[in-house]
Design a protein around this ligand. Structure first.
Ligand SMILES: [Ca+2]
Ligand SMILES: [Ca+2]
Ligand SMILES: [Ca+2]
Length: 155
């Protein structure tokens, strides 16, 4: 439990480092947007587990059961490029955001690859997912929704 909290804090710190405190509710809302398959605004544990499995399978492009650095960071970059292409930010801001987000993706890869094998296994991926889920489910009711209070980052 202790280790899990430290790791969760590290992940939160990594995102807070890049985007500031305002990003906290943004992170929760992005989480809901990405994981809410049935569009009811609530991410249940079953829904989350199913989505994570799909994400893992999609990202594991060579189907060897682990996510290499290129698979993980490459998939993130593709999604980031797509989301930035529809963003209203100025080109300069887009570049800035791109660099920042890619730096975060590198940090996340290092955290996710907890045994430093150079790839994220299904177990490592699932573990990080539950850490993320429990971090966002701040009212501990077993689902992530807009009702979950967003923790303020204090530096
Ligand atoms: Ca849902
Ligand atoms: Ca792979
Ligand atoms: Ca909740």
């Amino acid at each position: 439990m202790k280790t899990r909290s430290i790791l969760a804090a590290a992940i939160l710190a990594a995102s807070a480092f890049a985007s500031g405190a305002v990003a906290a509710s943004h992170a929760r809302d992005t989480f809901i947007k990405e994981q809410d398959q049935n569009g009811d605004g609530v991410v249940s544990k079953d829904e989350f587990a199913a989505t994570r499995q799909i994400q893992f399978a999609r990202t594991d492009t060579d189907k060897n059961g682990a996510l290499s650095h290129d698979e993980y960071v490459g998939d993130y970059k593709a999604r980031l490029d797509k989301s930035l292409s529809t963003s209203t930010l100025t080109p300069e801001k887009k570049d800035e955001e791109h660099m920042r987000q890619m730096r975060q993706a590198e940090v996340r890869f290092g955290v996710l690859d907890s045994d430093k094998s150079g790839a994220i296994t299904a177990a490592e991926f699932a573990y990080s997912g539950w850490r993320m889920f429990t971090t966002h489910d701040s009212n501990n009711d077993g689902v992530v929704s807009a009702a979950d209070p967003v923790k303020e980052e204090t530096n």
